[in-house]
Design a protein around this ligand. Structure first.
Ligand code: PGA
Length: 253
């Protein structure tokens, strides 16, 4: 079994002081975890998080970045800036970025390529809306997102990619997708990436995200093609997040 990966997405939560407190409590609970533990924190928390997790296996990342390296772009933040602050990975294409900030597949594609060229690992989020699901368009939507967001990404970079399947309707809604359905969709995504990027299926990691909690995490992790979880609200609570990581650890024994 490949290493399971549990990623916390803090979104716009936690000040620097709260971050320090949280990480100090989390560290002893996930010490020597067999599962990978990544935290996508707000930009302002990257430095403190990276310092506090320096000698641990926990990886710190950002939740977004600019598609350009620099310039007169008020409010933007670049790949070199987050890297110097301590980020090792970046989440790109989250549905909240697409929905509230108008990010297109073309823009996400530029970000993905720039992040890889800069030496970051990438978590690319894809997902369908409820209307698209009801219209039976789930896989065609995901396929288009994968196709457009990964256009021109080299074989070498594609092999480092982590995809997060997050149905838009399941995010923060307490309505999670069924494990069987997620497993089926992950297989389709892996087949598609393998056929377009020439990778073998076992090199492609696909996480599930959307209302994951300690009560349903294990059911997802038991599925062979669910390689980990992207956890929003449940990652804000130290105990809940540690519990999810422990479940992943158990699965890997
Ligand atoms: P949620 O968020 O776990 O709160 O549904 C997941 C995400 O948006 O990454």
């Amino acid at each position: 079994m490949n290493q399971l990966l549990i990623v916390g997405n803090w979104k716009m939560h936690k000040t620097v002081a709260e971050t320090k407190e949280h990480i100090k409590r989390l560290k002893p609970l996930v010490f020597r975890s067999a599962a990978g533990v990544w935290l996508a924190v707000p930009y302002t928390d990257i430095v403190a998080s990276a310092e506090l997790t320096g000698h641990t296996e926990i990886q710190i990342g950002a939740q977004n970045m600019s598609d350009l390296l620099g310039g007169s772009l008020t409010g933007e933040i670049s790949a070199p800036m987050i890297i110097e602050a301590g980020a090792k990975f970046v989440i790109l294409g989250h549905s909240e970025r697409r929905r509230f900030f108008g990010e297109s597949d073309a823009m996400i594609n530029r970000k993905v390529k720039l992040a890889f060229r800069s030496g970051l690992q990438v978590i690319l989020c894809i997902g369908e809306t409820l209307d698209e699901r009801k219209a039976d368009q789930t896989f065609s939507v995901l396929q288009t997102q994968l196709e457009k967001c990964l256009e021109g990404v080299s074989h070498e970079h594609a092999s480092q990619l982590v995809v997060a399947y997050e149905p838009v309707w399941a995010i923060g809604s307490k309505q999670s997708a069924s494990q069987e359905n997620v497993e089926e969709i992950h297989v389709l995504c892996k087949n598609f990436i393998a056929s377009t990027n020439g990778l073998s299926q076992d090199r492609i990691r696909v996480l599930y995200g959307g209302s994951v909690t300690p009560s349903n995490a294990k059911d997802y992790l038991q599925k062979p093609n669910i390689d980990g979880l992207l956890v929003g609200s449940a990652s804000l609570d130290v105990q809940s997040f540690a519990e999810i990581i422990h479940q992943a650890d158990e699965m890997m024994q």
